[in-house]
Design a protein around this ligand. Structure first.
Ligand SMILES: [Mg+2]
Ligand SMILES: [Zn+2]
Length: 164
């Protein structure tokens, strides 16, 4: 079976100024490509799991979101020759009470089924309790909390995964 690192997006992989809709304004933190490459070389699938309620709020379209994710893959391809294996998105408003918004584990479980992932050998990395709880409910080996905009905390989370 495969193993994966599930990655929150905003404030984990990229700075978040709030509902980014323009791909030209999107960039990864500078330390992220190199760290994701290490995970990839260790055999992990890279799966982004992101709450994007800006879609329900009418602040960003699916098309714009897809362009942003294409931009992310372009950056990763150019810098370290990798790409994200899958983008799992909850587009709903928190008030909708959907079954996919983190801290619910559905997006992780759906990806695990699609990619034959052993969740007990997989990890979650994010900056919020809702990320940690989604990972735990899905049954990952470990959920690692990182601090937004903090290089050291992201690098040390990746190191913990590589060492485990
Ligand atoms: Mg976040
Ligand atoms: Zn949802």
């Amino acid at each position: 079976m495969a193993k994966a690192v599930f990655l929150d997006r905003d404030h984990t992989l990229n700075p978040d100024s709030g509902y980014i809709s323009d791909p030209n304004k999107f960039d990864l933190y500078p330390w992220v490509p190199e760290e994701l490459k290490k995970l990839k070389l260790k055999g992990f699938l890279l799966i982004v799991v992101s709450n994007q309620s800006g879609i329900a709020r009418g602040l960003i379209t699916w098309e714009q979101l897809n362009l942003i994710h294409r931009k992310m893959d372009e950056i990763l391809d150019q810098k370290v020759n990798i790409k994200i294996d899958s983008y799992q998105v909850c587009p709903h408003h928190p008030d909708e009470g959907c079954d996919c918004r983190k801290p619910k584990p559905k997006l992780l479980i759906a990806a695990a089924q699609a990619f034959q992932i052993d969740l007990s050998e997989s990890f979650m990395v994010g900056d919020r309790d809702s990320d940690m709880n989604a990972g735990k409910k899905a049954g990952v080996k470990q959920a690692l909390l990182v601090t937004p905009d903090d290089e050291l905390s992201f690098r040390s989370a990746v190191q913990q995964i590589l060492n485990s």
